[in-house]
Each structure stands twice: as structure tokens, then as C-alpha cells.
Design a protein around this ligand. Sequence first.
Ligand SMILES: [Zn+2]
Length: 250
Amino acid sequence: MTGGKTVTPVFSHPRARRIAWRTVTRDLKIGAMAKPVVIHVRFPQQLPAAMDEEQVIQACLRGLATAVQKLGAASSTDLSIYVYPDLGSIASLTGKRGDGHAVVEARVLHVVRYDPGPGGGFEKLLVHEGTHVLAHEAWGTVGTPLFGEGLAVWAAGVYGGVSLDNWKRRIRQPVPAVKDLLGKLFRQMPENQSYPLSGILLDVAVEKLGIRNVRQHLYGATASTWEAACKQTGTTAQELESEFRAALAK
Ligand SMILES: [Zn+2]
């Protein structure tokens, strides 16, 4: 502030509506983890607790446990999960459309509740969004949306309730080159093509190179460092490309 003038910040979006939340806190402890991760599951205060609230909480914990196991990485700090009753409320309260998203720096997940049954859509959504948060904390900043989304789709094993194997038949031809998917094209394609493709690529990469190589070399790579990154894992960009295409043809 200079010259005694008051500076008023200008927000590009109207501030999201705020409500009070009721919090249920649980410990998530998996295998040989030194200490549990504290999970805060938050529900709108104004709504009565759903009959199946405990199932919703259990589905959250199962989804996060799967993400931890897939990545081999746990969070060292608390995670918060905001559970919305429907698509309208998540949009009006967060300003974002869709069934879920993660605010990785804050270790917060925003999710719409669906059927909380074992292996159901809600649990898979938690795996997906939880993977974004855990990978960011344990692995650092991802190099491309292709690998950020790919990792989350691969961990959940599904996109839009459909398994990656079943997506192979639904991918439109011609499939773009990995090099192009690493760039702007990824966000320009319909999500129901780019996301399954990214999950299938991660499946091929993890199977061929192992999660350690994916973490150390490919996760942070960009289109311009891609070829060198592949060489560091002991393969080539060309070889990975052909295995990706072979997997799509299965
Ligand atoms: Zn995602």
C-alpha cells in the first residue's frame, strides 16, 4: 500500500458460498506404516447425518488405503475429505463442476457421495482424488496432466465406472502419439478419451518399468524431457509408444 490509498483486492470469481461442516475424524493405518494418517471426513452441518454415513466414511478409508498401497506412499499429515450430497452442491460451494477434485497443496478432497458399497463408484473416486494428493506430497509436482491423471486413473483401475480393459474398445482411432498427449492436446481432447488413455499408458509403464522408475523418471517429465526420461528407465520413448499401442489393440 502506498500514498495512503487503500488497495481493494479484486477477485476474478465471486467468492464461493460458505457453510458450516460437521467433522468425523478417523485414523487410517495400513500394514507397517509407522503412524496412522488422520482423516477428517466432513459433512454439511445443515444436513442430518445420512443413514449410511458410516459406510460413506468406510468407503473413504478404503479408497485412500488403495491409493496408499498403489503408490507405496502415505501422507505424513492430516487429510480432509469434504463430502457433498450432489453435483449441484459441490458446484455451488467449490465453483467446480464434476464428481470430485483435489486441492493438492491443502491435502483436501472434495467429492460427491455415491453408493458407498465395497468397490463401488464412490470408493473409486476416493482412490482417484486421493492419488492426486498423496502423489503430490510424496512424489512432488507432476510434469504433465497426462501423468497426473494417468496415475489417478491407473490407481483406481476405472474411469467413469468402466474398467481400463473395457475402455480399450471405446477409444477412438487414430490414437495420438504419446509425445502429443504429453502436451496441450491432453486438455483439448474429450475427457472420456484422454483420461482412459492416460490410465492405460500408466498401466503399461508400471507393468514394464515398475512404479519406482515411473516415480523417479517419468512422473516429473515433460514433453521436452520425455525421451531422456525414458532412457533413464532403461527403455526408449519409441519402445514405450509401441507397447502402449499394443496394449490398446488387445
Ligand atoms: Zn483427476
